[in-house]
Every structure is written in structure tokens, then in C-alpha cells.
Design a protein around this ligand. Structure first.
Ligand code: AMP
Length: 256
């Protein structure tokens, strides 16, 4: 059984995970749950797009066996007091700017794994830090579910698909391309033989400087397993960026 955890507002990135699950598993379940514990107090939990009917239609077309869409009280009954915290990793990259975010992610994914007992669970490389946290969680708790990571699905112009892209105005949509441009530029340098993190970071920052309206949250060259900075890129090195485009926080990355 394959499980694809999502927060709904499904797009082709989510569906790529569903297709990967279908290809690898006899039965596929998709969860749709806007998980309150992974949102900070001033984040977009209330605003987050909820398109349940359209999501179900897409999943029916893609051949999903089960859709699990619990109410918050079903996942977190009154008095819930048990959380999963992957120490260290939880405070890096997105966890540094979104305190408590990865504790919420690890907790809800652990609960989904306990509920569904999937053989495999499918996640997008788009959320690369999340993948690192969840890999460490299943190893640390000796959970038998295999984590499968699928490539980032992009628009034709490079923008990584995200449920939050609907927040962008036309001008912000144009500005948002700076994230994928920075990622591509760093990939290009690596293909040319550059390995020094300082040079890769400088190149990434230079691309962001072309779009001063976009506020960088982080630009990092890290080991994908530990999320700690490396000085020289090698196998398993992650280049990751997060930035605010207007009021919308977007992320992108490449495994170098
Ligand atoms: P979300 O609904 O945003 O929590 O995402 C659910 C899953 O879909 C996560 O594993 C994401 O990494 C994955 N995902 C989101 N956007 C993309 C994308 N553009 N390409 C591939 N996977 C994605």
C-alpha cells in the first residue's frame, strides 16, 4: 500500500506522487489534511486554499483507492499531548524561520503512518528539508514505511508548482521566477565544475539581487541528510532557497 500525504489544493506535483505510488504499489491512499500543528500563529492556516471537491475529482481520474480527509479533531482529539520532534534537523532551513513547523509535520506524518501502515509513502523533493526530517524520523522510530522521493514538478517557465502559487498577483508571479533562476544558475555552475559552496552561494545571491522586491529567507548549501552547511558540494549536497514574494513564502531547491 502506498500513501501520499497532502494538504489538498492538488496540482500536478501532487498527482506525480500519486502516479509514482500507483506504479509501485497495489493500492494507493491519499490523505488530504491541512494540518494545523505545522502552521505558526501568524501563518496562512485559515487562508490556505481548500478545494476538496475538485481534489476528489482529480484523484478519481488518477485512480486512487482511498481518500482520507479527517477533521482536525480526528487527528488531534481533545487532550492530545504527544508530538514527534526530530531534534536538530527540525530547527534548520524552513524550521529556522518557521519554529514548530517540522514538529507539526513529523507528528502528523507519524500519526498517518500509524493509521494507514503504508509500505511506502511518497513525498516531493520540492520540500527537501521535510524529506530530511521524515527520513530521520522513520529511521529513529524504526518505522517500517519506505520513504520515496519524487522530482520537483515545474511550470513551463520553471516555477515549482505549489498550492500557494494561487496567492501570487501577476507581477509577483513574474518575480517568483527568481527562485528557479537561482537554482538553475547554481546547477549550471556545478555542471561547469564549481564545487565551492561560497561561490555557489554568491551566484545564487547575485540572481536574487536582480529582483530586489523579493526578500530572501534563506539560501543554503547543505548536506541533505543533516541540513548542515557544507563548504564543498559533493554527492548528497542540497542547494535550497526560500523567499518572500509579497506576502507569499516560496521554496525551491536542487540536489547537486
Ligand atoms: P503539500 O500539499 O504542499 O503538503 O504537499 C504534499 C506533497 O506534495 C509533499 O510531499 C510535497 O513535497 C509534494 N509536492 C508539492 N509540490 C510539488 C511539486 N511541485 N513537485 C513535486 N512534489 C510536490
Amino acid at each position: 500500500m502506498g500513501l501520499v500525504p497532502t494538504m489538498g489544493a492538488l496540482h500536478d506535483g501532487h498527482l506525480s506522487l500519486v502516479r509514482a505510488a500507483r506504479a509501485a504499489c497495489d493500492a494507493v491512499a491519499v490523505s488530504i489534511f491541512v494540518n494545523p500543528t505545522q502552521f505558526g500563529p501568524n501563518e496562512d492556516f485559515a487562508l490556505y486554499p481548500r478545494t476538496f471537491e475538485a481534489d476528489c475529482a482529480l484523484l478519481a481520474d488518477t485512480g486512487v483507492d482511498v481518500v482520507f480527509a479527517p477533521a482536525p479533531v480526528e487527528m488531534y482529539p481533545a487532550g492530545s499531548a504527544t508530538f514527534v520532534d526530530v531534534e536538530g534537523l527540525s530547527g534548520r532551513l524552513d524550521g529556522a524561520s518557521r519554529p514548530g513547523h517540522f514538529r507539526g509535520v513529523a507528528t502528523v506524518v507519524a500519526r498517518l503512518f500509524i493509521a494507514a501502515e503504508p509500505d511506502r509513502a511518497f513525498f516531493g523533493q520540492k520540500d527537501a528539508a521535510q524529506v530530511a526530517v521524515l527520513r530521520r524520523m522513520v529511521a529513529g522510530l524504526r518505522i517500517g514505511t519506505e520513504i520515496v522521493v519524487c522530482p520537483i514538478v515545474r511550470e513551463a517557465d520553471g516555477l515549482a508548482l505549489s498550492s500557494r502559487n494561487v496567492y501570487l498577483s501577476a507581477e509577483e508571479r513574474r518575480q517568483a521566477l527568481v527562485l528557479s533562476r537561482a537554482v538553475r544558475e547554481v546547477e549550471r555552475l556545478v555542471a561547469c565544475g564549481e564545487r565551492r559552496a561560497a561561490a555557489l552561494l554568491a551566484a545564487g545571491r547575485a540572481v536574487f539581487a536582480e529582483e530586489p522586491g523579493v526578500r530572501v529567507d534563506y539560501i543554503e548549501v547543505v548536506d541533505w541528510a543533516t541540513l548542515l552547511p557544507v563548504e564543498v558540494a559533493g554527492p548528497g549536497t542540497l542547494f535550497a532557497v526560500a523567499a518572500w514574494v509579497g506576502a507569499t513564502r516560496l521554496i525551491d531547491n536542487a540536489v547537486l
